[in-house]
Write a new protein. Sequence first.
Length: 154
Amino acid sequence: MQIRHFRVVTPIWDHLHGRSPSAPSGDVDVIWHDPLCADAVEDRKREAALRAAEPEIAWSVKNQARMHGRNNDQPYSSATDAMRYWPETATAVAVRRVGKDNCEVAAPLGLGDLMNLVLRPTSRFASEKRYIYEERVRSKGWLNSWPLLREETN
């Protein structure tokens, strides 16, 4: 069985702003990790299946077993390990369904920034890749959409 994690940041920010969850905008990210099946074609197949089930959502499926190459990192050992290398601490959170009524949270950088509405770069994106972090914050409009978010740089 392949393990899938869904990133869940925006519904939490909506809740912390006293709003109902907004409809997904942009991609809904699905990550998984299988080094024996790291061809991007498999991701496209999984996206197609998700689109068939929920066509109004822009699915983005990525096997984290190959993403280290794109990011010039050492190979990731798992989907959770891959999240350690993401640009923002608050967005490095994912959830997967376990059984019928339970879920499991993966948060390798912790939940503090997410729950405290802090937007900050991870260590690599605070220095050599700062421009990527800044462009993501700008292009995604997070600070406008969730005005209680505060940006911290340390």
